[in-house]
Design a binder for this molecule. Sequence first.
Ligand code: DP6
Length: 334
Amino acid sequence: MNITKQAVIDNYIPEQLSPGNTAEAFAPSNIALCKYWGKRDVELNLPINASLSISLGELGSRTEITESTDGVDQVKLNGELLYCESRFARKVISFINLFRRELDQPVSISTVNNIPTAAGLASSASGFAALTLAINDFYGLGLQPNVLSAFARMGSGSASRSIYQGFVEWHKGNREDGMDSCAERLDLDWPGFRIGLLKVATGEKKVDSRAGMQRTVESATLYQSWPQQAAQDLATIKRAIDDHDLELLGQTAEQNALSMHATMIASWPPLLYWQPESVAAMHRVWELRSLGIPVYLTMDAGPNLKLLFQSEDEISVRDAFPELMDLDIVSPFD
Ligand code: DP6
C-alpha cells in the first residue's frame, strides 16, 4: 500500500503541539532552469527527475497564521477573505490539517504575494513554502530546512525549492516515504545573473501543471527520453553556474524547457501552453542572440517567458523588450 502524506508527517511532529499566537514567514518564488515534469508518486508528490532552480529574492509570498477570532478557519489571499469552499482556501486548509493533529483551534491564514501581477507567475511554489515555514513556527515544530522542504513538496513539488534563496537543487530521492526528496541550496553565487519576467499573454490557463504533467506521463511516448535528458541537463547547468558560463547555462536551460514543452505537445489531447505572442517573443530572443546578445529563455506551464541574461546586457535586453518594467528584472543575489 502506498504511504500517505499524513503518515509521513505524523512521524515528524510531536504528539502534543504547542501553538503560539501568531507566526509569519516569507518564501521566494523560483524559476526552474532544469524543470520538474512528471511524478512517480502522486500522493507524496515525488518527482520522476531531479530539478534545479533560481529563487527570486524578495519576490514571493508572505504568510501569516493567527488564532481565528470567530471560531472557524479563515483564509485570506492578498487581503481578501475567501469563500471557504474556494479552491485556494480548500488547498490551504487541507494542508494545515496535516499538521494540527486533533487540536481544536481554528486559525486565520493570510497570504500576500508581491510577485508583480504583470509577470503572470504562478505563486503555488512560494505560497506552499511560506505556509510550511509559518506552520513550523506557529505549532513550534522546530523542523530542519530539509524536512520543511520535503513537507512543502507535498503541497506543491516546486515549493520544495522555494524554502531556499539562490540556486537550489531538488533531489529526486529514493526512499519510499519520500523524505530524501527535498531541496538543497547550492553553495554557488552569481551576482551578475539576471532574470527578466516577460508577460506576453493573459488569461487563466485551462490545464494546471499537475494535470499537465500527469497527461504527459500517461500519453506521450516522447516523455520516455525526458528523465535521461533532465539528469544530463542538471549536471551541465551546475557546471555552468560554477563557471559563470551564461552561454552554457542559457543554452542548456532553454533546450531543457523546450524539450519539456515538446513532451507536452506530444501528449494526447495535445497540450500547448504557448500563445502566438509567446512564439513572437521567442523569435525576438533568438534575433537578439543572432545580434550577439547572450540572452536565453525558459518557460513553464504557461504562455509567458523568463529571460536569462547578465547585468552587462541589461540595457540591450531592455531596449529589445521595452515592456519589461523595473520590477520585472530580478537580481537574485542582491
Ligand atoms: C513546469 O510544482 O506546480 O513549473 O507538484 O503538481 O504542484 P505540482 O506541480 P508544480 O509544477 C511545476 C512545473 C514547472 C517546472 C518546475 O517548476 O520545475
